[in-house]
Design a protein around this ligand. Structure first.
Ligand SMILES: *[C@@H]1O[C@H](CO)[C@@H](O)[C@H](O)[C@H]1NC(C)=O
Ligand SMILES: *[C@@H]1O[C@H](CO)[C@@H](O)[C@H](O)[C@H]1NC(C)=O
Length: 382
């Protein structure tokens, strides 16, 4: 079934490609954050179609939404799933952790590639010290449960931090964690080293620019040609802020005695709209940031301090999310509007089908019949 559905999918792609030469498919290494704080998003079955038409095969969720995991059954799309901060307390209890994995993860594993669980998100951005204390025990308990169930080779465990866990981020070689987090991060780093899971950072050069638009050169944050900055300790040259931030995290980890942990970017992005005081939130800047970043990912670039380790990045986000609280920018990080049209052009165009006849619960997600209907609908509409 899987083989025939992928053949049909290829056939459909060929049809679409020949019917409209502007539809491109690229082999995208980039991952994408599939946030769902909205009331107008397309069904997961349609989103699965959109992502495959974009050739995006790495997705990060903030929960373990069964509808999404089912809609991507028998695809080669791989998932990072999430346990929200509200679960941390319970996840320190081995019985509750086992129940969660047996109910929310294990049943989907045979058909949907789930490779990683993030336990908590930006925990140290809160000032909830109970949460801080629960983070490591929750990560350990979830990991031990995976070991007991024989799933630890398939699924790894980590958490995602915001960049403000750093007290020094420039120059990159001087990167250091906040003093108040020392005792907590020490244990977390040992955990990463022991289970060999990546250290995830949500990093937004946009925030640095927005806060100091007169000091931070726009071209430096947008990966556009610019003078760059020099790290006086290493003589390494940085032509963009994101790479400097990644290397600052490597330095902070090294300062705590670890050279054995990989840093990855679990979120980065740029808003296409913002309030009046949110300088730089425009579709032009968002298009440059994400478009330039995609090119560097495709070139498998490493950072100046780790030139041989290709950057590993999940862009935030797939869709604009109309129910996110906060300033206007928060609702405008999407690459796509909920109807599947791109918010700005970054040289990749996907296809969100109008019609999905089969439900996401069928074995392969769509039938021959629905494929033909889709192809015909597309040909008529173009
Ligand atoms: C999709 O991406 C993979 C690599 O990630 C590449 O090998 C493949 O050719 C791409 N397919 C299309 C249709 O672009
Ligand atoms: C934590 O466990 C308690 C007791 O089993 C349950 O009532 C509560 O809903 C759980 N919390 C979450 C966020 O699942």
């Amino acid at each position: 079934m899987a083989a025939s559905s992928s053949l049909l999918f290829t056939l459909l792609l060929v049809l679409l490609t020949f019917s409209d030469s502007s539809v491109q498919t690229l082999g995208l290494e980039v991952g994408i954050n599939y946030g769902q704080i909205a009331n107008n998003l397309p069904s997961p079955a349609r989103v699965s179609y959109l992502l495959r038409s974009l050739n995006i095969s790495r997705v990060k969720l903030y929960d373990a939404d069964p509808n999404v995991l089912l809609a991507f059954a028998n695809t080669n799309v791989e998932f990072i799933i999430g346990l929200g901060n509200e679960y941390l307390q319970n996840m320190t209890d081995p019985i509750k952790a086992q129940n969660w994995i047996q109910q929310r993860v294990q049943p989907y594993l045979t058909r949907t590639k789930i490779t990683c669980i993030t336990v908590g998100n930006e925990v140290y951005k809160t000032y909830d010290h109970q949460l801080w204390s629960n983070l490591l025990p929750a990560m350990q308990t979830v990991y031990n449960t995976l070991v007991n169930l024989g799933l630890d080779k398939q699924v790894t465990v980590t958490t995602a931090h915001s960049l403000d866990i750093l007290s020094v981020s420039f120059p990159p070689s001087a990167g250091a964690f906040r003093q108040d987090l020392g005792e907590y991060l020490h244990g977390i780093l040992n955990f990463h080293a022991q289970v060999k899971s990546p250290f995830l950072i949500n990093a937004y050069p946009y925030f640095a620019y927005k806060d100091k638009p007169n000091e931070v050169p726009l071209n430096y944050v947008l990966f556009q040609p610019n003078q760059g900055t020099m790290d006086p300790n290493t003589n390494l040259k940085y032509d963009n802020m994101l790479f400097a931030q990644i290397d600052a995290v490597y330095s902070a980890i090294k300062a705590m005695g670890h050279t054995d942990i990989e840093v990855r970017i679990s979120e980065t992005g740029w808003p296409s709209r913002g309030d009046e005081n949110e300088v730089g939130a425009t579709p032009e800047n968002a298009g440059l940031y994400n478009g330039n970043l995609l090119r560097r990912i495709e070139e498998k670039q490493g950072t100046p301090a780790k030139p041989n380790v290709p950057i590993d990045i999940y862009v935030f986000a797939l869709f604009n999310e109309n129910q996110k609280p906060g300033p206007t920018s928060e609702r405008n990080y999407g690459l796509f509007y909920p109807d599947g049209t791109p918010v700005y052009n970054i040289g990749v165009q996907g296809y969100l089908p109008e019609l999905i006849y089969s439900s996401a619960t069928t074995n392969n997600g769509f039938s021959i019949c629905s494929l033909l209907v889709l192809a015909i609908a597309y040909l008529i509409s173009s």
